[in-house]
Design a protein around this ligand. Sequence first.
Ligand SMILES: *Cc1c(COP(=O)(O)O)cnc(C)c1O
Length: 386
Amino acid sequence: MIPYGRQDIRQEDVDAVVEVLRSDFLTQGPVVPRFEQAVAGYVGARHAVAVNSATSALHIACLALDLSEGDWLWTSPITFVASANCGLYCGAKVDFVDIDPQTYNLCPEALAAKLKKAEEEGRLPKVLVAVHLCGQPCDMAAIHGLSRRYGFRVIEDASHAIGGKYCGEPIGNGRYSAITVFSFHPVKIITTGEGGMAVTNDDELAERMSLLRSHGITRDPQCMTHEPDGPWYYEQVDLGFNYRMTEMQAALGVSQIERLDAYVARRNELAERYDRLLADLPVTTPWQHPDSYSGRHLYVIRLQIDAIARSHRAVFESLREHGIGVNLHYIPVHLQPWYRQMGFRLGDFPDAERYYAEAISLPLFPLMTEGQQDSVVSALEEALGG
Ligand SMILES: *Cc1c(COP(=O)(O)O)cnc(C)c1O
């Protein structure tokens, strides 16, 4: 089976992790801050807070922005459930903005229209989670403009997008958002096993997120409400969690980020090769906005259903039968049972639903060979009935 994504672990990664295992610290040692500095430096953000997953990063990002009961969080329906669940964790309500049929990211025109209506109804969102689907950045200039006009805060869910650029600048530099979140799950662009990070330029948000990552406990006398009783003293000043990253994970991250540029370059090369190989098939290849340099976490094609004699499901199944580990990113979040029970139904976000009826993620990962890619293309040709 050719998987849709796969990590690249080399001897230097193994050595870096083993070195930590033999050191004094397995958690809360010197390597986590080193990884934080490496990511902050790479993306051009002032602060980085490493955590055990992007899901945790989204949760503490929402809390740092004071999202709570009675508030609204908006995001795209075409994303992993975590981009929406973080709102529910905070007791907020969640709503969605339909996608742009060309980029599959949250559509800025749909957002503008929905905001106008929400303002009239007095239910404007407090937080918008902008998901850079497949690694292609959202229209951040437009989203930023709307956030200033309507007073909501923006979290970039860049789980797919580390190493990418928007208008020539690294995703995560915070020019258009309060906080950006990255995932280091093994299928993502670089990995720490499980792991995530939140980056920001705001001192207070960074401080709040680092507190929340570790039980809301501080050892900094300046953050305490009482005089220390003695050198053992610490204070819990907020209700936090144990969302810490281990030293082993951070060591893997420090080693992986060395190859980030090469990974993204290779992903782009393979994606462009797919574009050429698929040009004459009845599929739509992923359109790239000229402002975008995508991390290319996923290569999603859409079947031109009217030009094909077989169903989406039949094409998908045929690919799997041929050993091609295709996937579908994503089932629209509003159609998940957990969200349907809140009142969402089929028909609410037609562009997202149409995308779901046509999309297939083809295998794409840095170590993929051109031979493997050719096998994917021939299996697809056959699956399409051609
Ligand atoms: C993978 C992913 C997440 C969650 O990442 P974890 O590190 O697995 O918690 C969140 N949002 C998107 C868009 C993702 O793809």
